[in-house]
Design a protein around this ligand. Structure first.
Ligand SMILES: [Zn+2]
Length: 201
């Protein structure tokens, strides 16, 4: 996208041209009011469309010029000098890049279970960790570290209770911890496995 501006040749002044119609003249109500005796009340209008800057003289007394040539309507190109009466402006063009988020990376679906590289079900809170428990209520899979763990002081057995961080439902192991049949526990470090076994005993 291009942004156009008229830089005054004589003085440190810059007129930013918005998209659509810009009017210049001495009368209040113009987009840019130019207080100069050589400028007519409604001197000229500038229209930006399709990345082109089109200038129309509005029957001004002292005329509108592009690079010293009088015009009634003409395209003003970047670098050219627009003269209104005795005032001169050079058209500048700045290319503005609007950052658009890339759509190449798909947004991760919240629905459906995530899988780890080894095919194991992933925790819905920590997608890098394997899910070892699931909520009885909302059925979401979790790694133990994602759960709220409550240890009942009065419990005869030192078995803590696990609660779902999403719905507070109680969570239970996804599989029989002591079942040796090809569960992915065999692929986890022994320390973690023994920790999990301990918690569910
Ligand atoms: Zn839940």
């Amino acid at each position: 996208m291009n942004v156009f501006q008229l830089r005054s040749v004589e003085e440190p002044r810059c007129l930013s041209l918005g998209h659509g119609l810009t009017t210049l003249g001495q009368t209040i109500g113009n987009t840019f009011v130019l207080n100069n005796a050589s400028i007519s009340g409604h001197h000229c209008e500038i229209e930006i469309a399709d990345q082109e800057v089109r200038v129309r003289d509005l029957q001004s007394t002292n005329g509108t010029f592009i690079n010293d040539l009088p015009i009634t309507e003409a395209i003003l190109s970047p670098g050219q000098i627009l003269q209104l009466g005795s005032l001169q402006f050079q058209l500048e063009c700045t290319e503005v890049t609007i950052a658009v988020p890339s759509l190449s990376q798909p947004v991760r679906e919240e629905k459906g279970p995530l899988l780890l590289a080894n095919g194991a079900l992933a925790c819905s809170i920590f997608p890098n960790l394997p899910a070892t428990v699931a909520c009885d209520h909302c059925k979401k899979p979790y790694h133990l570290s994602a759960l709220r763990i409550i240890r009942l002081a009065s419990a005869k057995r030192k078995k803590p209770l696990f609660f779902c961080p999403a719905c507070n439902g109680q969570c239970h192991a996804l599989f029989e911890i002591d079942d040796p049949r090809g569960s992915f526990l065999s692929e986890l470090p022994k320390k973690i496995v023994s920790g999990i076994r301990h918690l569910f005993r």
